[in-house]
Design a binder for this molecule. Structure first.
Ligand code: ASP
Length: 355
């Protein structure tokens, strides 16, 4: 064969192989799973609020899934879903975040790309409208993984991330929640508002994209009445947020315990190294290890096959998932059905706002 023909034959073979590779990646059914915080007290939500929360979760799922369906990376699915929840005052992230002891809103967020192990995080920011977008910019546009406070905000300006006046984050409900906690502090009483109380409404997302890549992200205002620049698990890679090639996790709960158990990483290492099924791996950490130490909360987890786990050891966890059927499924309480293991959840009820 003449050299030119050999070259043409090799090129044709390479193109064919590329095609096969692309086809096999494209065959992954995207999946998106979200949470809006754990700790719901049964029947504690009024009907209107419950409807708002369910509708917001459904909107976030649709927004994130539109990205995944269009072939965009898992990171895009996550940021699209989480910005919807950050903008919604019903959640403890972005607008609607809890107040610190000093009456401020200090926000934390993290994102991780499972296919490259790149990660970005921010903590203690007070003027960033969507902290998850800043975490992503830290990952994509800086040499670093984690930026805090004023430095993070200076970077936000350079990266073209929207800044707002701190009053943007304030909601009356969160302000009253702080006043109640401060009164209890003054009276030397333990905080009665177990709502979930001090830590509730954090938002998180894990996604599997059409190429089979996973990612995880979490955004929070932390815990009501927090002091001294307290930072929880959400922005700490491995504690509240983690993703690798096999597994992606976003946690929500009493952050100190998630940090001490390195919860998200502990789940994924069980999956990656010990080949423990995702559901069992997540349950061991969330429902055994954390409560045995005195902590509480929940998590969402997703593996590369599209298996979903959503364990929690509280009365409920705002949660939702969307897969092959393209239908947004949402749940709050522990007696509502969760996603069956696998990417196709067509046998669970779609979200219907009640009148
Ligand atoms: N884990 C968050 C924190 O401790 C709070 C939460 O998830 O509700 O800051």
């Amino acid at each position: 064969m003449k050299p030119l023909r050999v070259f043409a034959a090799l090129a044709a073979l390479a193109i064919l192989e590329m095609g096969v590779a692309t086809m096999s990646h494209a065959s992954t059914t995207p999946v998106l799973v979200i949470h809006g915080g754990s700790g719901v007290i049964k029947r504690n939500l009024d009907h209107a609020r419950e409807n708002q929360v369910r509708a917001a979760l459904a909107r976030a799922l649709q927004s994130g899934y539109a990205q995944l369906k269009a072939g965009k990376p898992a990171l895009d699915g996550i940021t699209a879903a989480l910005t919807v929840l950050e903008d919604d005052p019903n959640f403890n992230a972005g607008r609607g975040a809890v107040f610190t002891h000093d009456g401020r809103n200090e926000l934390d967020a993290a994102i991780m790309d499972g296919s490259t192990l790149r990660a970005g995080a921010v903590a203690g920011v007070e003027r960033v409208k969507n902290p998850i977008l800043l975490a992503r910019a830290v990952m994509e546009k800086s040499q670093h993984v984690m930026l805090i406070g004023q430095g993070a905000e200076a970077f936000a300006k350079e990266a073209g991330i929207s800044l707002v006046d701190p009053s943007y984050f304030r909601t009356e409900q969160r302000w009253q929640q702080l006043q109640k906690a401060l009164k209890e502090d003054r009276e030397g009483k333990p905080h009665s508002d177990t709502e979930t109380a001090k830590h509730f409404g954090t938002v998180g997302a894990v996604a599997l994209d059409a190429r089979g890549h996973l990612a995880a992200g979490t955004s929070t205002g932390g815990m009501t009445d927090k002091r001294w620049g307290r930072v929880g698990d959400s922005p700490i890679i491995g504690a509240g947020t983690y993703a690798n090639a096999d597994c992606a996790v976003s946690g929500t709960g009493w952050g100190e315990f998630y940090i001490r158990t390195v919860a998200a990483h502990a789940i994924c290492m069980r999956v990656s190294l010990m080949h423990v099924p995702l559901e069992r791996a997540a349950a061991e950490v969330i429902n055994q290890e954390i409560p045995s130490m005195g902590g509480n909360g929940g998590a969402i987890a997703l593996d590369a096959k599209g298996n979903i786990a959503m364990p929690f050891n509280t009365d409920g966890m705002y949660r939702g998932w969307i897969g092959g059927d393209g239908v947004a499924h949402v749940a709050i309480y522990d007696d509502e059905p969760d996603a069956p293991t696998g990417a196709d959840e067509s046998d669970t009820a779609p979200f219907q706002p009640s009148p």
